[in-house]
Design a protein around this ligand. Structure first.
Ligand code: C2E
Ligand code: SIN
Ligand code: SIN
Ligand code: FE
Ligand code: FE
Length: 588
């Protein structure tokens, strides 16, 4: 595999292999005034080959007529070496006959120059090939990490399925005593299997909590995850508080971190790994180490009473989090104000928590793979931080939820689709890996040519998912390609299709020409991410702009409704603005 080049990335290292010392001297002179290019030269093909391996030049200039190993053999040998196969190679020759040229290109040369070239032309070609080689390497790296993650995920999915089946059989054998137990275990087993299908971490948490609340009839619930600073509240649901919200409002995500010790209820479960079933948190025995913390109730006006709190464990049995169910409602059999969780709830939650843990662990892997993939781009683009993509994903999903409610999308389709959307939204700008640093990292405004080049990030990103084989790839493809298309047809890149993408050269400096795409022709997910991405870009500081105020952003969204953005989605975003702000607090 290609290792990191030994020279600084800002300098372009050129290796010249030519038996005539006078050529090296001449090139040395030609290139002396270009500070970004460093030349190393040798007169011997074998030395040239080992220098190529040890120094990893950005570009090789190879003479054709040489004693010993001649230039053509050298090209073949370089192309056959996996470490050098992608290094740009330019033939330097004193002939310009068509047959020789063809032979060189056939053997794998990238370019052909007749000696001695003009200095400016030589420099231009060296820079071009160096840039192209780097872009190719970045793309290869992104592709490899995507391909690795795909096969890892397929394997993990199979493991989760098998483990869920084993758990289910084990618990079925244990729970044979009563008809009621058998029925509940069957129900919980089916729910756990359903959970096994979601890929995205937030989606798994959301569904795990919803499902656990449904079979215990709990009014509210939370998920806490173990982290370095303690345990963090990562998810909450609350039917009573949600019912009191206006249409389109969402509960804000409170940022709560507790020590991982016995002083709190969730902390006790996280630190001891024991399940807790509490009838009334306001009447805890004084001998118990934990106390109920009323702060959240005070903030929200909610009254917490009963709790059922289970640990979530990973494959090595370490506690990774806590699933907390709040306020049993008694399934209509018991008055709500005296209902408590039962021993049957406890047994059912124990089974469900082990199934949920597997799904959570797998989803954490998906998330880390995606963040790693993004890090490939992030190393080069200071604006595309993990926090930015998580905010864009979170806001996109909130918008899709609201859109689904307005369009009567069923719950199971909605859950499946938003799992795909969250992953696709996080990958929207992954094509920036292929944009040169001088553009990506430019501190000021881009000029027209630079901006046109920058715009290729959408098709370059789409190309990474062009061999769509799963719904996740398809969603990622749509979002990457079309997140800068505009409702009125003035965005980019427009209606590029698979054939146009396949026909694109490796490196492009502007998008292929395509018919404008407008309105509902733009895929829904791309329309959603367009709003979420611009919202986030405007409210963030960028190297080229200061953050806008909330009023400026609101006014911009209104003004661009029906121009840049889908008007329906602008209305949804405006309804959700308070929630969007809480998302920024959670992912600062
Ligand atoms: P980004 O910074 O994530 O911005 C995403 C989109 O938000 C932009 O897409 C644009 O639609 C919107 N946006 C961001 N900042 C502003 C702003 O100050 N005013 C307005 N009216 N809209 C804004 P766009 O234009 O297609 O740009 C795509 C990416 O190109 C940007 O992603 C950024 O990485 C880069 N870029 C765009 N313009 C510049 C620039 O002048 N300088 C630099 N260094 N990069 C730029
Ligand atoms: C706890 O588990 O003690 C925390 C309860 C809460 O603050 O919601
Ligand atoms: C979809 O659910 O992706 C199709 C709906 C739309 O594009 O309006
Ligand atoms: Fe973008
Ligand atoms: Fe972005």
């Amino acid at each position: 595999m290609t290792s990191t080049p030994a020279h600084p990335a800002s300098k372009t290292l050129v290796l010249l292999v030519d038996d005539q010392p006078i050529v090296a001297a001449a090139l040395q002179r030609l290139l002396a005034s270009f500070a970004d290019i460093e030349l190393i030269a040798t007169q011997d093909a074998d030395t040239g080959f080992s220098l190529a391996l040890s120094r990893r030049p950005d570009v090789i200039l190879q003479d054709l007529m040489m004693p010993g190993v001649d230039g053509m053999e050298q090209i073949v040998r370089i192309r056959a070496n996996p470490d050098l196969a992608d290094t740009p190679l330019v033939v330097l020759s004193s002939h310009a006959d068509a047959a020789t040229k063809e032979q060189c290109f056939g053997a794998g040369a990238n370019d052909y120059l007749v000696k001695l070239p003009d200095a400016l032309e030589l420099v231009a070609r060296i820079r071009y090939h160096a840039r192209m080689g780097r872009a190719q390497r970045d793309r290869d790296r992104a592709m490899r990490s995507l391909a690795d993650s795909q096969s890892e995920l397929v394997r993990r999915n199979a493991e989760v399925d098998a483990a869920n089946r084993r758990l289910f059989e084990m618990n079925e054998a244990l729970g044979q005593e009563t008809q009621e137990h058998r029925e509940r275990f069957a129900e919980v087993g089916a729910l756990g299997a359903k959970l096994g299908r979601a890929q995205d971490l937030d989606e798994v948490m959301d569904q795990a909590l919803r499902l656990a609340r449904s079979f215990t009839d709990a009014d509210a619930g939370s998920i806490w995850m173990v982290g370095t600073g303690g345990i963090r509240l990562v998810y909450t649901q609350n039917d009573t508080l949600e019912a009191a919200l206006g249409s389109g409002e969402r509960l804000p995500l409170a940022d709560v971190v507790l020590p991982r010790d016995s002083s709190s209820i969730a902390g006790y479960v996280a630190s001891t790994g024991k399940l807790l079933r509490i009838d009334d948190v306001h009447h805890l025995d004084n001998s118990l180490p934990y106390r109920f913390r009323p702060q959240i109730d005070v903030q929200t006006g909610y009254h917490t009473r009963s709790m059922l709190v289970a640990p979530l464990r990973d494959g090595r049995d370490e506690v990774i989090g806590v699933l907390q169910l709040i306020n049993a409602r008694g399934r209509g059999k018991v008055p709500v104000d005296v209902a408590v969780f039962t021993a049957g709830d406890e047994a059912a939650l124990t089974l469900f928590a082990s199934m949920a843990s597997l799904a959570l662990e797998r989803a954490r892997l998906v998330r880390s793979v995606i963040l790693r993939t993004i890090a490939t781009a992030e190393m080069r683009d200071p604006t595309e931080t993990g926090a930015h993509v998580q905010r864009v994903a979170e806001c996109s999903v909130a918008m899709y939820d609201r859109w689904s409610a307005l369009h009567n999308v069923g719950d199971s389709e909605r859950h499946r689709r938003r799992d795909e959307l969250r992953i696709a939204a996080m990958l929207h700008d992954v094509g920036k890996v292929a944009i040169p640093d001088r553009i990506l990292k430019k501190p000021g405004k881009l000029d027209d040519a630079e901006y046109r080049h920058m715009q290729t990030h959408s098709v370059l990103g789409g190309r990474l998912f062009a061999d769509a084989s799963t719904p996740y790839d398809e969603a990622a493809y749509e979002v990457a390609i079309h997140h800068h298309d505009k409702w009125d047809g003035t965005g980019y890149p427009g209606g590029v299709d698979a054939a146009m993408i396949a026909a694109m050269p490796v490196e492009i400096e502007s998008n292929p020409v395509a018919k404008p795409l407008r309105g509902l022709e733009i895929p829904l997910f791309a329309r959603i991410v367009a709003v979420a991405d611009v919202y986030d870009a405007l409210t963030s500081k960028r190297a080229y702009k200061d953050p806008w105020t909330a009023e400026q952003v609101t006014e911009f969204l209104r003004k661009e409704s029906g121009r840049h953005f889908d008007p329906e989605l602008v209305d949804i975003a405006l309804e959700l603005e308070g929630y969007f702000r809480s998302v920024r607090l959670r992912f600062p």
